[in-house]
Design a protein around this ligand. Structure first.
Ligand SMILES: Nc1ncnc2c1ncn2[C@@H]1O[C@H](COP(=O)(O)OP(=O)(O)O)[C@@H](O)[C@H]1O
Ligand SMILES: [Mg+2]
Length: 254
């Protein structure tokens, strides 16, 4: 495990006009750590992911990945450096097959341009890697299925696989089990655990069962501020967290 943290946020802030969305965030995530980010709706979780993944630029503070400042890098430059993100809403090509979606994601890591599209099936290493990933995702039987005909859970599973396609070392997963049944969610949690072995994970998740199952550490964001940071046991009994949203009705979620 490298001593240099995988991710550091230093006094990070984001405001839109006069409204502060994120305030003075400081956070260090070690390589290989699995951290869950929880907090009520509107707390700023997705905004924070947008800042880390280069989709929005912070208005103050710094973000470091493997010790290097990354503010100002584009999402695709960060993807090349090993940072991948899955979205709260699926971002797939709905009219392409499962296999072709996977090949498209791999093209970036294999540096294959779109003009080589026709030759893709002949690109043996890329094809092999696509099939290997689909088999790890247990989606091989769907490789020729057009994505819009997949079940929602399978689409989310494929999207998780696309985030892993570049052999990324730092993964940001935004509600990977949202909208799934209990059994689908358990299946996807197992896949996440297996396929992200040794990688650094920052995960937004509303299902507290999933959070307590997957995370080594939990951080809590309320109204743009980090209000708690600790082990699942510490967070579970933290009075600020309980007051902020575990509250009296724990079935409601963050
Ligand atoms: N483009 C935007 N313009 C104005 N307000 C925004 C914009 N994006 C997000 N917000 C506000 O920022 C806050 C945090 O939103 P978000 O990051 O989506 O929270 P979460 O993911 O925790 O639910 C919310 O109050 C939201 O209304
Ligand atoms: Mg969100």
């Amino acid at each position: 495990m490298s001593a240099t943290p995988a991710l550091q946020l230093q006094d990070l802030g984001y405001r839109i006009g006069g409204t502060e969305i994120l305030r003075h965030l400081d956070l260090t995530i070690a390589c290989g750590e699995r951290v869950a980010l929880i907090g009520p709706n509107g707390a700023g979780k997705t905004t924070l992911f947008n800042l880390i993944s280069g989709r929005q630029r912070p208005t103050s503070g710094a973000i470091l990945m493997n010790g290097q400042p990354i503010v100002g890098c584009t999402p695709s430059a960060l993807y090349q450096r090993g940072l991948a993100r899955s979205f709260q809403i699926t971002h797939l090509f709905p009219s392409l097959t499962v296999l072709d979606n996977m090949r498209c994601a791999l093209m970036r890591s294999f540096n294959v341009g779109l003009c080589f599209w026709r030759a893709l099936s002949h690109h043996a290493a890329l094809h092999h890697k696509a099939q290997l990933l689909l088999s790890q995702l247990q989606l091989t039987h769907h490789q020729d299925t057009v994505v819009k005909h997949l079940s929602y859970a399978d689409q989310r599973t494929l999207e998780l696989g696309l985030a892993l396609a570049a052999d990324s070392t730092l993964l940001l997963l935004d509600e990977p089990t949202a909208g799934m049944s209990h059994s689908e969610s358990r299946h996807v949690v197992k896949l996440i655990r297996r396929m992200t072995e040794g990688k650094t994970l920052l995960l937004v998740e509303h299902d507290m069962g999933v959070v307590f199952d997957l995370a080594d550490r939990i951080i809590v964001l309320v109204d743009g501020r980090l209000v708690a940071n600790g082990t699942p046991e510490a967070i579970r009994s933290n009075p600020i967290v309980r007051a902020a949203y575990l509250g009296s009705d724990q079935t409601e979620g963050p």
